[in-house]
Write a protein of this length. Structure first.
Length: 510
C-alpha cells in the first residue's frame, strides 16, 4: 500500500478532524503505517513535539490515532490568530512573524506550496499511507488561487478527495452538490465522493437522497456516521466549547465521593489550549463549564484562567466584565484559582509587553507575586518535574518570561530546585500546558481544591486520562469500521480517485 487521501469538508467544523483521526486509527489497527497531515492549520490550540516544534493539537491527536510520534512535518504551517486580521505564522514548528490575512493570502501562502509538498513527500516516503485533513471548504473560490491545504494539496499530491458534510446542521445534500459544482474540472476529477457525519435516525430514510445525489454528481457516499456524544477529541478552535467529559457529555459520571466539584473556565478572548481542562472534565463528578459571567466565577468551586494569545487584551476584557474583581475576591477569600500560561501571567503583579500587545508595562491582577516580561523568542519545550509530590509533565508555548518574587514554586525538579509556576494560598499558576493530564498530580490538585472549597469530593483513584484518550480514539476507529465502506475507502487510499467521474457545471468561475 502506498497512497493517501484528503478529507475535505463542506464547511468548517463539519467533522474533518474526527473523520481523519478515525480513518487513521482504523488503518493503524490493520497494521498500516499511516501518518496524518494538514498543510495549513489555523488554530489557537497547539502542541509541542519532542524536537521542540509547535503544531496544531488536532494533528498531535491524529498522530496518536496513528500510533506514531507527532512531528512538524504533519502540520508545516500553523496560523495563530492575534486578532481579526492578523496571525502569527509558524513554519515547520517555529514562529516566523506576524502577518495580515491580506498579506498572507496575497502572496506568502502560494509561496509555501513547495514547502508543504516537500513535507508531504517526506511523510509518504516513511509511511504506507498519509491521511490529509483539509481546512474550511474546498469551494472557497475567493481563495482557490493561493490554496495550499485543500484542492491545492490534492492536486499537488494526486490524492483522492472525500468530502465530509455535517447533516445535523441541515442542507447537507445542497452542500455536497454545491461543493463539487463550484470546483474547476481539474479539481472535480479528484473528488471521489462523500461521507455524511452526525446522522440521527433511520439510515434507510436517508438512502433515497444518497441515491439521487449519486445520480446528480456521479459520485457515491462512502458512509453515514451516526451522531455520537462524548467523543472528546482535541478541538481545533473555539466553535465548540462544551468540555468533553465521560460518555454522554460533561459531568455525567457520578462522583466517587459525596459531592461534585464545579469548575468555571473563563472564556477569554483569543483563548488558547482550552483543551487543558479536558483532563478535569474526564474526572467522575467534576463538572466543567465555560463562562464570561462574574457571578458564575464567584460561585464555582474552582476557576481556571486558561491560556490566551492576547494576555493584555484578556486583562482588559476581565476588567470590563467584572471578572477581574471576582478573581481577586476569590484569592482574598482563599477560594481556588488556577491559571495556565497566559492565565498565569495575568494573575501576576505586572506585565511588560513590547512583543504581543506592545503596550509596555501593564498592571496584572496582583494575586500572584510574579512579574512577566515578554521575550521576542518563543519558549517551546516539553518539560517534566514534580508538583504536589507527584510526577508531572507538560509542554510550554509562550513569549512571557516569569520572575517569581515570592510564594511557593509549583513545579520543582525533584531535588528542590524550582522549575516553573507559583502558588500563593489557594491560587496556582503555571506555564505548563497539559500538566493536568498527569494523573497523580491532577488527583493531588483536586484533593486540595476540594478541601479549600469545603466539598466532600474525592478523585476517583483509577482514572487514567491517557487510557481514556486511547479509548476515544478507538471509538473513532470503530465509527469508520462500522459505518463506512472500508473496502471502498481502502481502494481510494491505495489506488486513487475512480476514473471517468463526470463534470458538474458550472464549475469554478474563470
Amino acid at each position: 500500500m502506498s497512497g493517501g487521501l484528503l478529507v475535505a469538508g463542506t464547511t468548517s467544523d463539519a467533522g474533518k478532524s474526527v473523520v481523519t483521526a478515525g480513518i487513521c486509527r482504523w488503518l493503524a489497527r490493520q497494521g498500516v503505517r499511516v501518518a496524518p497531515f494538514k498543510a495549513q492549520n489555523m488554530s489557537l490550540n497547539s502542541f509541542v513535539t519532542r524536537e521542540g516544534a509547535e503544531i496544531g493539537r488536532a494533528q498531535a491527536m491524529q498522530a496518536q490515532a496513528c500510533r506514531v510520534e507527532p512531528s512538524a512535518l504533519m502540520n508545516p504551517v500553523l496560523l495563530k490568530p492575534g486578532g481579526e486580521r492578523s496571525s502569527q505564522v509558524v513554519l515547520l514548528g517555529k514562529p516566523v512573524g506576524e502577518m495580515s490575512a491580506r498579506g498572507y493570502h496575497g502572496g506568502r501562502q502560494a509561496a509555501l506550496l513547495g514547502t508543504v509538498l516537500e513535507c508531504l513527500a517526506e511523510l509518504r516516503a516513511g509511511h504506507d499511507a498519509v491521511i490529509c485533513e483539509g481546512a474550511g471548504s474546498p469551494a472557497e473560490i475567493n481563495l482557490r488561487r493561493t490554496d495550499i491545504v485543500n484542492m491545492g494539496i490534492a492536486r499537488g499530491a494526486g490524492f483522492p478527495v472525500l468530502v465530509v458534510g455535517d447533516i445535523d446542521r441541515g442542507g447537507v445534500f445542497a452542500s455536497f452538490f454545491g461543493t463539487v459544482a463550484l470546483l474547476s474540472p481539474e479539481d472535480q476529477a479528484l473528488v471521489a465522493g462523500f461521507l455524511v457525519n452526525k446522522f440521527r435516525g433511520d439510515v434507510s430514510l436517508l438512502e433515497p437522497g444518497l441515491d439521487m445525489l449519486r445520480g446528480l454528481t456521479g459520485r457515491r457516499t462512502y458512509g453515514v456516521l451516526p451522531f455520537r456524544h462524548g467523543l472528546g477529541i482535541d478541538e481545533e478552535d473555539g466553535m465548540s466549547l462544551a468540555a468533553p467529559g465521560a460518555e454522554g457529555g460533561p459531568g455525567t459520571a457520578p462522583p466517587h465521593g459525596e459531592d461534585v466539584l464545579r469548575v468555571a473556565v473563563c472564556a477569554l478572548p483569543l483563548m488558547s489550549n482550552f483543551t487543558d481542562v479536558d483532563a478535569l472534565a474526564a474526572e467522575p463528578g467534576v463538572v466543567v463549564r465555560f463562562t464570561d459571567r462574574p457571578e458564575e466565577v464567584a460561585d464555582a468551586d474552582l476557576v481556571v484562567v486558561p491560556g490566551t494569545r492576547g494576555t493584555v487584551r484578556a486583562l482588559d476584557w476581565l476588567r470590563r466584565r467584572g471578572l477581574a474583581d471576582a478573581l481577586v475576591r476569590r484569592h482574598q477569600d482563599g477560594r481556588p484559582v488556577f491559571g495556565v500560561c497566559g492565565g498565569y501571567q495575568l494573575l501576576g503583579e505586572e506585565i511588560e509587553d513590547d512583543v504581543e500587545s506592545r503596550r509596555g508595562r501593564v498592571a496584572g491582577l496582583g494575586v500572584l507575586p510574579v512579574r512577566v516580561r515578554f521575550a521576542r523568542e518563543k519558549t517551546l519545550a516539553r518539560p517534566a518535574g514534580t508538583a504536589l509530590g507527584e510526577p508531572v509533565e507538560g509542554y510550554e508555548i509562550h513569549h512571557g518570561v516569569a520572575e517569581v518574587l515570592g510564594g511557593r514554586t509549583l513545579v520543582s525538579d525533584g531535588r528542590g530546585g524550582p522549575l516553573d509556576g507559583c502558588r500563593s494560598g489557594t491560587t496556582w499558576g503555571t506555564h505548563w500546558h497539559g500538566a493536568l493530564e498527569s494523573d497523580g498530580f491532577r488527583r493531588a490538585f483536586l484533593r486540595e481544591v476540594a478541601a479549600a472549597a469545603g466539598r466532600r469530593f474525592v478523585p476517583a483513584p483509577g482514572t487514567s486520562f491517557a487510557a481514556l484518550r486511547e479509548e476515544r480514539l478507538d471509538r473513532l476507529g470503530d465509527l469508520i469500521e462500522r459505518h463506512a465502506d472500508t473496502d471502498a475507502l481502502w481502494r481510494l487510499v491505495e489506488s486513487g480517485t475512480p476514473q471517468g467521474l463526470p463534470f458538474i457545471p458550472p464549475g469554478a468561475p474563470a
